[in-house]
Ligand binder design. Structure first.
Ligand SMILES: Cc1cc2nc3c(=O)[nH]c(=O)nc-3n(C[C@H](O)[C@H](O)[C@H](O)COP(=O)(O)OP(=O)(O)OC[C@H]3O[C@@H](n4cnc5c(N)ncnc54)[C@H](O)[C@@H]3O)c2cc1C
Length: 461
């Protein structure tokens, strides 16, 4: 049987291992003590919570389908139905339904929302009347969308969503890579508002509340379930340090473990790593791939989970949480009211109210240099300003994700093409992960499975 080493036991690498099951002898090398990467659970006040990703996109099928295939079908659950809410202009203000990543489809629905000034709403409505030649080259989200809808709409409707998903900023993110559905409409030419309304009428997009699903007990259960179902040999605490090409297009991986060095050989290697880690391993083999991968910036974030006593809290917020536009000058990027959002979490700890706040967008690294206790105080203080004084939490937990989210800058898709072309010069090697075609779990699953198919096609059975 052909042999494949998957380097990286996050969801991308595990999806690759799943795709290879029964067709190759697979070993997954994971540097941490547990598989899962950005999908992991932890406990606070005795309650299991997600510390990284907490939901799977349900608008595209790859993640929820894999979850069902590995036995988590019955555990998939919808969040409570609630609009996306923005903390701005002194209140929590729901985004009107039907928006696509914050891009409004109905300017009239913004009236009375308090999200935009009357002039800002007029500017959104004028989009329909502006000439729109087809977009021919990539540009930043803000360059295109501020031109169409006005800067206020970008600042207060779109930036908070980009912060929530990418920890990114509109002036740096690529329209094509970060907002592909909007970019596809822009490439057709013509105003966006009528095109978005047609898209809505055709049934997509569904509202944000049903666009994602969670897993009872935490989305962090997902990678472990894939690891168990895929039948691969999983070596945790094993960090790949270098790759060597062998005759016959085989590969040798040199790794370190707590017990000393480990050397393994295989017919193919899948690198399911963050861009900077893949760059390091590829340096001796493809300077071009190494340079392109190293050029992908990353944002660091911190997740601050807080458990409040329901009986002692002065206020219990409604809804699923809120996103925050950077233009308002707050430190928080987002907050999720986990006990409202996920029924399973409420049922697991009915006397407790769990809030998860996040801090850190691209360019805000100095915020994250502060000690944990400072992040906790900031999160509590801003939460109180947003929802009212809840009182002190019973317990807090800070999880830091250093360089956790790759940033898809202008030209990212072309960069990925160049990386994939350079990697194609290395037979028996495939790349997958959040750095390429989408940061969400569903996109990562898709890249993992595609990488597995690529190595299977290249290595005869
Ligand atoms: C705080 C946060 C919240 C998020 N929330 C959501 C969400 O709600 N929904 C969503 O869809 N997406 C979310 N995302 C994005 C999504 O979780 C990630 O993009 C995705 O999980 C990345 O998976 P991956 O396997 O590509 O990479 P990773 O999860 O980074 O996995 C890579 C693995 O490789 C290992 N590794 C690194 N170097 C080596 C080496 N040399 N040898 C061996 N192993 C190595 C790492 O330890 C890691 O386990 C979130 C991300 C963050 C940071």
């Amino acid at each position: 049987m052909r042999s494949v080493i998957v380097v990286g036991g996050g969801i991308s690498g595990l999806a690759a291992a799943w795709q290879l099951r029964g067709q190759a002898d697979v070993t997954v090398l994971e540097s941490h003590t547990k598989v899962g990467g950005k999908l992991r659970t932890g406990t606070i006040a005795g309650i299991t919570v997600d510390e990284g990703a907490e939901s799977l996109m349900a608008l595209r099928p790859e993640a929820v389908e894999l979850a069902a295939a590995v036995g988590l079908g019955d555990a998939l659950c919808d969040p409570a139905s609630s609009p996306t809410t923005i903390w701005t202009r002194g209140g929590l203000r729901p985004l009107p339904a039907g928006h696509v990543m914050g891009v409004p489809t109905d300017p009239a629905a913004l009236v009375g929302s308090g999200l935009l000034s009357p002039a800002g709403i007029d500017r959104v409505a004028r989009e329909e009347t502006l000439p729109a030649t087809p977009l021919t080259e990539d540009c930043s989200v803000s360059r295109y969308l501020a031109g169409r809808f006005g800067q206020e709409a970008v600042d207060r409707l779109i930036e908070p969503l980009l912060g929530g998903v990418y920890a990114g900023r509109a002036e740096r993110l690529s329209l094509r890579a970060a907002m592909p559905r909007i970019a596809a409409l822009a490439e057709q030419g013509g105003p966006l508002l009528p095109a978005l309304r047609r898209m809505k009428a055709a049934g997509a997009p569904r509202s944000a509340a049903v666009a994602v699903q969670g897993v009872v007990g935490g989305t962090g259960r997902f990678p472990q379930a894939v690891a168990e179902a895929c039948g691969a040999r999983i070596l945790t605490g094993t960090a790949a340090r270098s790759l060597q090409r062998l005759p016959g297009d085989r590969w040798r991986v040199l790794a370190t473990t707590a017990d000393g060095p480990l050397t393994m050989e295989a017919d193919a290697v899948v690198l399911a790593l963050p861009a900077f880690a893949a760059a390091e391993l590829l340096r001796p083999h493809s300077p071009a791939a190494e340079a392109e991968l190293s050029g992908i910036p990353h944002a660091s974030t911190a997740v601050i989970t807080m458990a409040f006593s329901r009986s002692q809290a002065h206020v219990l917020p409604q809804g699923n949480g809120f996103l925050v536009p950077p233009v308002d000058g707050h430190t928080l990027k987002a907050a999720s009211f986990l006990s409202n959002k996920w029924r399973w979490l409420h049922d697991a700890a009915p006397a407790t109210f769990v809030v998860r706040a996040s801090i850190g967008r691209i360019g805000e690294d100095e915020l994250l240099d502060r000690p944990d206790r400072h992040l906790v105080r900031t999160a509590i203080a801003e939460l109180h300003r947003a929802v009212g004084a809840m009182g002190e939490p019973l317990a807090t937990r800070v999880t830091r994700w250093d360089r956790g989210l790759p940033q898809y800058g202008v030209g990212h898709r072309e960069r990925v093409t160049r990386i994939r072309e350079a990697a194609a010069e290395l037979p028996g090697l495939a790349l997958c992960g959040a750095a390429y075609e989408g940061v969400g779990v569903a996109a990562c699953v898709a890249t993992g499975r595609a990488a597995a198919r690529q190595v299977l096609a290249g290595v005869p059975a």
